[in-house]
Design a protein around this ligand. Structure first.
Ligand code: SF4
Length: 470
């Protein structure tokens, strides 16, 4: 959970294969563009020389902190590199768990950056331990890295190792892999839980969690990596595309990417994130119209849905809050009362737009309800006559197994109260959540199926081959 009590995502990945030796700098810029997906740790691994040497710098903190003071210059020149921003949902926030992970084996080494959550990591770890493989961290990515390295060693080829390891891995994985053979691999799990896309530029090919990072680094967005697809790039060009077995689960792209995680300037599987959020607001206004004076969104991800609500309802859109963008993670709040101050410090109501008005407040989600109660309280203190809350996701009722830190089931407000109870607890005059059908309709240009498990409880269980099956 983040400072606003919102669910947090696991990570961002970025990788480049170039025809010039400037890979590390470009990956650094990519990580800056993807910082919203993880702020706990950052790292870059670069392939250099002809002997398959991989150098890596990584640490806890933001990318700008990890690579401050000239540390980026300590990475060697190289044409191929990967990078990662971490938010920890599996394994604690220690340096050992920061990615990329480098795994050495008898015939070479690989580096991996992974976004997602491996649901059978524990079983894989035990099986690998029985083969004499030791682990230095607690992250599921280290398990996958070791598994792929084990298969690389057996097959003598990095792509074969990846393709043999993948059918034994359950859960969500969008990853970029640096091979000692000079190749860069991008792989997305067969359900496509997490996004991964590809772009091309004058000097080569890039892969990123979101298209906004490709464009920020001078690459033209080419397409999404399809669920179950593995793409190989070498010396700046794509040399191979292949597919894993079809999924044996009911999962799909995390629909919460459109609600909250992704940047609005990204396009995921054919759907603009901005347009999806705008549509959510539109549909919310149809599902829950209300007599009010103005609409405002909770920064940042409630803003686009608020624009859609205002357009559909005909109500004026106003800025309801000013967000302090310079606090970052520096605010310390060991007790609940200080946590409440943190919300006020980060989000201050714009009294001139609020006072004396009936406000429609659009936000992306309610998890425990405590943050919503504080934000509504801020609007009332600023003189709002009424506050009508509209939420652009359905109520969270179930945990996420695929890399989102939703919260424990018993902490979720939707499991503790009915709609009227939630309304009273957060102090709203009325409350409306978008329906699951409405949310799917808002994202209907997306070309892959969705995961909606945390809203519906529909299981995405997968059965996989035994890890060490020959
Ligand atoms: S369970 Fe929810 S948060 Fe997790 S991947 Fe599915 S839609 Fe996303």
């Amino acid at each position: 959970m983040d400072d606003y009590g919102k669910p947090k995502e696991e990570c961002a990945v970025f990788g480049v294969s170039l025809n010039t030796a400037e890979a590390a700098g470009i990956v650094y810029n990519g990580l800056l563009s993807l910082q919203h997906r993880g702020q706990e740790g950052s790292g870059i691994a670069v392939l250099s020389g002809s002997g398959g040497n991989i150098s890596c710098i990584k640490s806890t903190g933001l990318a700008s902190e990890v690579f401050s003071g000239g540390s980026l210059d300590r990475l060697p020149p190289g044409c191929t590199a990967i990078g990662h921003n971490r938010y920890s949902t599996t394994g604690s926030n220690i340096r050992e768990n920061v990615q990329p992970f480098i795994t050495e084996f008898l015939t070479g080494r690989i580096a991996i950056a992974h976004n997602g959550n491996i649901t059978n990591a524990k079983q894989l770890r035990e099986s690998l331990k029985q083969c004499g493989i030791n682990f230095s961290a607690t992250s599921d990515t280290e398990v996958v890295s070791s598994l792929i390295a084990y298969r690389c060693m057996k097959t003598g080829n990095v792509l074969s190792g990846i393709l043999e390891a993948a059918p034994t891995i359950c859960g969500a994985y969008s990853m970029v892999i640096l091979g000692y053979d000079g190749r860069l691999f991008a792989m997305r799990d067969p359900c496509g839980f997490r996004p991964l896309c590809m772009g091309t530029g004058p000097h080569g090919t890039a892969f990123a969690s979101e298209s906004c990072a490709l464009e920020s680094c001078g690459f033209e967005f080419t397409r999404d990596i399809r669920p179950g697809e593995v793409v190989v790039a070498e010396k700046g060009v794509v040399t191979k595309q292949t597919f894993l077995d079809p999924p044996r689960c009911r999962g799909g792209l995390c629909i919460f990417e459109f609600v909250y995680f992704a940047r609005p300037d990204s396009i995921i599987d054919g759907m603009s994130v901005y347009e999806a959020r705008y549509n959510m607001g539109h549909i919310l206004a149809q599902e829950y119209p209300v007599h009010a004076d103005a609409v405002c969104g909770v920064p940042d991800s409630g803003i686009e849905a608020a624009i859609g609500y205002a357009d559909e309802s005909g109500l004026p859109l106003v800025s309801g809050f000013v967000k302090n963008r310079y606090i970052g993670r520096s605010f310390i709040y060991p007790v609940q009362s200080q946590r409440e101050s943190a919300v006020r410090l980060k989000l201050n109501p714009l009294t001139a737009n609020i006072k004396g008005r009936k406000i429609v407040l659009v936000d992306d989600s309610i998890v425990r309800g405590t943050t919503s109660r504080m934000i509504i309280g801020l609007l009332r203190e600023a003189g709002a006559k009424e506050v009508h809350v509209r939420i652009s996701s359905p109520p969270f009722r179930y945990p996420c197994n695929y890399g989102t830190d939703v919260d424990s089931v018993k902490s979720l407000i939707a499991n503790k109260a009915d709609m009227e109870g939630i309304r009273i607890k957060i102090g709203a005059d009325s409350l409306g959540y978008i329906s699951i059908e409405g949310l799917e309709k808002a994202c209907q240009k997306c070309m892959v199926p969705f995961c909606t498990e945390c809203f519906t409880g529909s299981s995405g269980e997968i059965t996989r081959k035994n890890v060490l099956e020959e």
